[in-house]
Write a protein that binds this ligand. Structure first.
Ligand SMILES: C[S@@+](CC[C@H](N)C(=O)[O-])C[C@H]1O[C@@H](n2cnc3c(N)ncnc32)[C@H](O)[C@@H]1O
Length: 305
């Protein structure tokens, strides 16, 4: 990531920084966005996202977004024969790509009924090796919708941070995963306060992002605490590794904000880049850690030879 920052020229840096443009005057801390708020947000704005982002609604991406999805396949270890839950699946763009490359059975869930309608149009145009089914529903209820111990993979691709109950959501993801299954989260996380003054600015910008995008930008420390409490096996946490030439430099987010005046900044005077992008990869232990409390785990139990 450092390399990335250092290799950006001034123009790129300004475009990079403009990912979340905020009005200079931010409102006081607002209540957390609810699932209903998020549903309304996507029912009202999905066409705008499609216009700028296409069928992949992710800010951190490569110029050719397929390169980023291929990277996701590798890092989330998506493989033929798996049953995958794409939690917060948008209009089915990522699921459609994964199932065009692999013989996988993907269930996608989005809170927006409008996105479900759009996903049908988008998926109808694809030739799939596997299958994709997109449902309207709340990802906080995935255990009652899909049952427990059913998925090899659960993915949150820039969708986790919409949740106002993130610990609860992680519990649900744990439940629906098969033992040995992998939870893969790619999202943005609030930057730690480098000092008091910058911390106040970061908080104000995060507040504006949350309001503009119906988001609840996650606190990394809280997420890690919950992950450990749930006994997930932490496989890695890292900043996505994208080579500079392929990186899209967040220009899409910039275009989106300018075009639709969502989260637009007026002044750069107090702007501090407020977030970190991370990939978090976790495994549900292959045995019941609450019953077999005397056991520890191997990092990758399935890799035995
Ligand atoms: C930024 S978009 C990312 C979409 C998709 N992952 C992609 O890469 O194109 C966030 C997605 O999270 C979904 N989402 C947010 N809150 C949700 C909830 N409570 N239940 C289900 N989906 C939700 C939204 O409907 C939207 O599809």
């Amino acid at each position: 990531m450092w390399k990335l920052f250092h290799t950006l020229d001034g123009n790129m840096l300004s475009r990079f920084s403009s990912l979340f443009k905020t009005k200079a005057k931010t409102k006081p801390l607002s209540p957390l966005s609810t699932s209903e708020d998020v549903k309304n947000f996507y029912n009202n704005n999905t066409d705008k996202f499609i216009k700028v982002y296409g069928e992949i609604i992710q800010a951190f991406r490569t110029k050719d977004v397929k390169d980023y999805l291929t990277y996701t396949i590798t890092n989330a270890e998506l493989k033929d024969g798996q049953k995958i839950l794409d939690a917060g699946c948008g209009v089915g763009g990522p699921a459609g790509y994964f199932a065009s490359q692999l013989n996988v059975d993907i269930k996608g869930i989005t809170i927006s009924d409008y996105q479900v309608t759009k996903s049908k149009e988008i998926l109808a145009q694809k030739i799939l090796k596997g299958s994709v089914e997109i449902l309207q529903g709340d990802y906080h209820k995935i255990d009652s919708i899909f049952g427990e111990n059913v998925f090899d993979r659960v993915l949150f691709l820039e969708s986790f941070g919409h949740s106002s109950r993130q610990s609860f959501l992680l519990e649900k993801a744990f439940k629906v995963l098969k033992p040995g299954g992998i939870l893969y989260i790619k999202d943005l996380f609030k930057r730690e306060h480098p000092n008091e003054e910058d911390g106040k600015k970061i908080d104000a910008i995060i507040n504006a992002i949350n309001q503009a995008y119906s988001y609840n930008v996650a606190d990394f420390t809280e997420v890690i605490k919950t992950i450990r409490k749930l006994n997930f096996i932490l496989l890695f946490v890292k900043t996505p590794e994208v080579v500079t030439e392929q990186f899209e430099h967040l220009t899409i987010s910039n275009d989106f904000q300018n075009l639709f005046d969502i989260g637009k900044i007026i002044s750069w005077e107090n702007y501090i880049f407020p977030i970190d992008f991370y990939e978090i990869k976790l495994m549900k232990p292959p045995f019941d850690i609450n019953k077999e409390k005397h056991l520890y785990f191997l990092n990758r139990p399935e890799i035995t030879s």
